[in-house]
Design a protein. Structure first.
Ligand code: ST9
Ligand code: ZN
Ligand code: ZN
Length: 333
């Protein structure tokens, strides 16, 4: 049975005043403390990953078997769901609840995506929302596109991230034995699920070569990472702001496509508790929403939180940039 979890500080929901960037005390920003301590291990590993991934694309079009490429695309979707429906919407935001079989499935998918354990991911993400675009935000977009995309993973974190991050309550996540187990054994589970399994399956079942299976899988992993990172970079720089023109997160269609429905970032930062992370077009560009709705139908997902039309309308009229279709309706009372 799912634990009965109340909202601790840091889980963003309707009544959490702290979600408002307006409420962030000015001392959170400490640009003088932005010392760039590069982490060469990460720089080398990410350079290797991206070069091998490019080679993997070449192999997909030249020598890899069709089944290997199809599997890579499928794993991209499943790993992606482990991030969107799992780490993000279920665990970081508690925007719905899930029974243990779904939590187990999502933890498996999440491990396939290798973006660190759910507990660590959710800690950084809760800090990102609570102290958005300040020095306490791990991928502070005020430090530029590259920093918010991948640069933040190539250097030590700003001291403010660690200091303010300590205020984030993660007790709800530690209370879940599945997440505790994932975190404890991450260094064994992750290599098996993210690298060994996707390489061995094509070799064993359809006689793929090691080189093709390995490089195509690295392309799959690299694509998942970049799709995720684009939410932190592109979706904090480019797009309309129909819900709140006073923040930088924006509605970005291209990112929504790549990130399985997570590009509607102006909506998401305005209403972070909504399990859809978007208002409109929920099925055409929001695969993660369709996934959660499916599991809600069979009873594995429940207590889905959303936002009323009335509340959206009020907010659009109060703080929107005028790009919302509501502005064409003529009745703006
Ligand atoms: C990756 C994650 O790529 C990507 C996350 C993106 C999030 C996007 C969200 C957008 C919305 C959702 C969209 C989904 C779309 C999905 C589409 C899919 C198709 N609070 O970290 P350390 C303390 S991972 C409080 O080592 P350093 C804490 O005491 C890629 N405290 O800091 C910690 O100790 P412990 C694979 C904090 O030394 C200690 O500091 N993974 C916080 O500065 C040390 O922590 C990698 O490549 C906090 N927030 O190093 C690994 N943070 O943990 C990359 C830290 O024991 N990471 N503390 O409690 C690293 O190597 C390092 O973290 C570092 C910083 C070098 C970046
Ligand atoms: Zn979020
Ligand atoms: Zn964001």
């Amino acid at each position: 049975m799912a634990p009965n979890i109340s909202f601790p500080t840091g889980v963003l929901h309707e009544n959490d005043d702290e979600v408002s960037p307006m409420g962030i005390p000015p001392e959170v920003n400490k640009p003088d403390d932005r010392k760039l301590q590069l982490v060469w291990r990460n720089i080398i590993l990410f350079a290797y990953l991206h070069l091998t991934a490019l080679y993997g694309v070449w192999l997909m079009f030249t020598s890899a078997k069709l089944a290997t490429s199809v599997m890579a695309i499928l794993l991209y979707q499943l790993g992606g769901l482990g991030i969107t429906a799992g780490a993000h919407r279920l665990w970081a935001h508690r925007s719905y609840k899930a029974k243990w079989p779904l939590r187990l499935l999502l933890t498996f998918f999440n491990t396939l995506a290798f973006e660190d354990s759910v507990i660590d991911w959710a800690r950084d993400h809760r800090v990102h929302h609570k102290f958005s675009e300040t020095d306490a935000d791990p991928h502070n977009a005020k430090r530029g596109f590259f920093f918010s995309h991948v640069g933040w993973l190539l250097c030590r974190k700003h001291p403010q991230v660690k200091e303010k991050g300590k205020q984030i309550d993660l007790s709800d996540l530690w209370a879940d034995p599945i997440l505790k187990y994932q975190k404890k054994y991450y260094n064994y589970l992750m290599p098996l699920v993210c690298f060994v399994m996707p390489t061995v399956i094509p070799m064993y079942f359809w006689g793929e070569t090691f080189k093709n299976a390995f490089c195509v899988n690295l392309f799959r992993y690299c694509l998942t990472l970049n799709a995720t990172w684009l939410v932190n970079s592109a979706a904090h720089f480019f797009g309309d702001k129909p819900y709140d023109k006073f923040i930088n997160p924006a509605e970005n269609f291209a990112v929504a496509v790549l990130a399985l429905g997570e590009g509607w970032h102006n909506y998401h930062h305005t209403f972070p508790w909504d399990y859809k992370t978007a208002e409109l077009g929920k099925y055409n560009v929001n695969f993660s929403c369709a996934f959660i709705d499916f599991f809600a139908k069979i009873g594995w997902a429940y207590d889905l939180k959303t936002v009323s039309e009335e509340m959206i309308k009020k907010r659009v009229l109060r703080t929107g940039d005028g790009s919302h279709e509501i502005w064409g309706w003529g009745d703006k009372d």
